[in-house]
Design a protein around this ligand. Structure first.
Ligand SMILES: [Zn+2]
Length: 68
């Protein structure tokens, strides 16, 4: 079975963590083909990494399936 991995669209970090992929889907588009690592995503969205981490935790608490 092939493992699906994503690399950061900006810096090429690979593989991205489940959290990074999940938060991209959540904040960009569920069907996005571009993924970002946390620092690059933070820059894209003009937020801080801390805010993204807080969001990830929030989504996890809601039981979001993207982070399982
Ligand atoms: Zn990156």
């Amino acid at each position: 079975m092939m493992m699906e991995t994503h690399s950061c669209y900006v810096c090429g970090k690979n593989p991205l963590s489940k959290d990074e992929v999940g938060i991209c889907k959540k904040l960009i588009d569920k069907k996005t083909t571009k993924f970002y690592c946390l620092p690059c995503l933070a820059e894209q969205l003009e937020v801080t990494e801390e805010e993204l981490v807080a969001k990830i935790e929030e989504f996890k608490e809601e039981g979001c399936t993207l982070f399982k």
